[in-house]
Every structure is written in structure tokens, then in C-alpha cells.
Design a protein around this ligand. Structure first.
Ligand code: ZN
Length: 272
């Protein structure tokens, strides 16, 4: 799962989209329950192993990314991928059979989450990509946005989570959004909620965190290098290798609406 995290500061509410679960003792415990073999696979895909959590669908890494068993068993051949440093990375699997329309729906969520989903669909479609999104109010969709209710832990709260495309070239099928009041408040701002959904959908179609090499860039705290792996993160040509302050795929939220910047658009246009 990808979970965008929000860090709860002493002052109150600086929201960070990503992932600092290292502070959670529960995480440490859970990490111990994960086999060495699994941790090795996670590492070989280029993800950190310090904050891995077992979840229903697989393993949650970097705070909001779910790696399924299929992801773990789909390690690409070494040597064909180039590692970038800090900007615009994609996974080895992408959504295929383009042009293509991906349907999106919500299940059991209130209006701000529905409005946020529609905002996400509109923003992606405004880019005129080969991949289009369509909101449907009922029926089975390619991606379903569902809720979960989880309070803060260790100074962070997870805003949402999702996963990466399947080997068969389909988008990850589920985005989970936190309905806990400490995530978005008692009266959620649909624009902010939508920007988190926009980020999670980015994972669903194959985007990794822009700052995956050092999440402290957006999350604060001390530098957290995700490890030495050179697979699973491919630098997208035409995008900078230096940090990019406003990317929609930064690991941690700034607590506000954040949409595509110019480099994000370059990356999306290159892939789709
Ligand atoms: Zn994320």
C-alpha cells in the first residue's frame, strides 16, 4: 500500500503525505514477523525495509504503497533499468493496451471523497493523455476508492494507500482513504482529499515517490535512503534529477491541495 502520511506536529497539523513509520513501535514488531526472504524481495525492488507492514493485500512500504505477492515475485532482470537520483520514477510495470479508459468509483464514502475523486478524474483528463479516467457512480470499476478508519500513531497518520500496476498491465484496483477525523478533519476539504486520491492513483498507474531516495525531502526528519537496489525505479527521461518541491508524487503531503507541476506533466506525457 502506499499511504500518504501526515505528520502531526506539536503545533498541530502539518500534513505530510508520506511515511514515517519508523517511529511506530508496532511497526518494528510487525517487521519482525515478516520473513527475511520477503524483506530481501522488497529490498531488491528498491524499497526500504525499515518500515514494512503486513497488510491484507500484501506489504505496505514507504507509508502508502502496497506490494502484492505478485509484485514481490516479479523482480525484473538486473541491468536493464537505470537508477535516477531524486526525481520522477516509475515502476517496471505500467498500464498497457493504450489508449484506454480507466473507470473509477467510490464505495461507502461521503461527498467530499466523491468530489475529490471526480476532481482527480478531471485533472488527469485535462492532460490529454492516452490513459483516460471516467468516474462511474455505480457498478464495477477498474479502480475503487474505499475508506478505512485509523487514528494517528507515532506522530503520523496515514492519509491513503494504494499499489502498483499488475504484471498483466492493469492498474492497481483499490485506493484506501482514511476517514478518521485526524486525517482530514470533521469537515474534509474535497480539494485536499482529491489531491491525495490524485497521488494514490499515480501509484496505481506506476509512479513511485519522487523523493523515494530520501523521503526526508518532503517528510522532514532525518534522511531516509531507501537502499541500494537498482531495480524497480526507472528514471523518466526529460525530468530533472534534482529535488522538485511541488511534485504530486512526493512521499509526504504538505497538508494542502497539491497537483501536477510541469515536470509531473512531462513524466505523465512520456509514459502515457
Ligand atoms: Zn505515495
Amino acid at each position: 500500500m502506499n499511504s500518504l502520511y501526515k505528520a502531526l506536529t506539536a503545533a498541530g497539523v502539518v500534513a505530510l503525505l508520506v511515511v514515517g513509520c519508523k517511529k511506530e513501535s508496532r511497526t518494528t514488531t510487525e517487521t519482525k514477523e515478516i520473513s527475511q526472504e520477503t524483506l530481501s524481495k522488497i529490498k531488491s525492488l528498491g524499497f526500504g525495509t525499515a518500515d514494512v507492514r503486513k497488510v491484507t493485500e500484501g506489504y505496505l512500504v514507504e507509508g502508502d504503497i502496497v506490494l502484492t505477492d505478485e509484485n514481490l515475485d516479479n523482480v525484473p532482470p538486473m541491468g536493464i533499468l537505470r537508477v535516477g537520483t531524486s526525481e520522477q520514477y516509475r515502476t517496471t510495470n505500467l498500464v498497457t493496451k493504450l489508449p484506454r479508459t480507466i473507470t473509477v468509483t467510490t464505495s461507502g464514502l461521503t461527498q467530499p471523497y466523491i468530489d475529490g475523486t471526480i476532481q482527480t478524474v478531471t485533472r488527469y483528463n485535462n492532460l490529454n493523455l492516452q490513459i483516460k479516467f471516467q468516474y462511474i457512480s455505480s457498478g464495477t470499476a477498474d479502480i475503487t476508492i474505499v475508506g478505512f478508519n485509523q487514528g494517528p500513531s507515532g506522530g503520523y497518520i496515514t492519509l491513503g494507500s494504494s499499489g502498483f500496476p499488475t504484471k498483466r498491465g492493469n492498474p492497481y484496483s483499490q485506493v484506501k482513504m482514511n476517514t478518521n477525523q485526524y486525517a482530514y478533519g470533521t469537515n474534509p476539504d474535497p480539494t485536499y482529499v482529491g489531491s491525495v486520491i490524485q497521488h494514490e492513483i499515480g501509484h496505481c498507474i506506476g509512479f513511485r515517490h519522487t523523493d523515494y531516495m530520501d523521503r526526508s525531502y518532503s517528510c522532514g526528519g532525518s534522511a531516509s535512503n531507501e537502499g541500494a537496489s537498482n531495480v524497480g525505479a526507472v528514471h523518466i527521461p526529460g525530468t530533472p534529477t534534482g529535488p522538485d518541491a511541488n511534485s504530486w508524487m512526493l512521499a509526504c503531503s504538505n497538508g494542502k491541495d497539491r497537483t501536477f507541476n510541469a515536470n509531473d506533466k512531462t513524466a505523465l506525457n512520456y509514459l502515457y
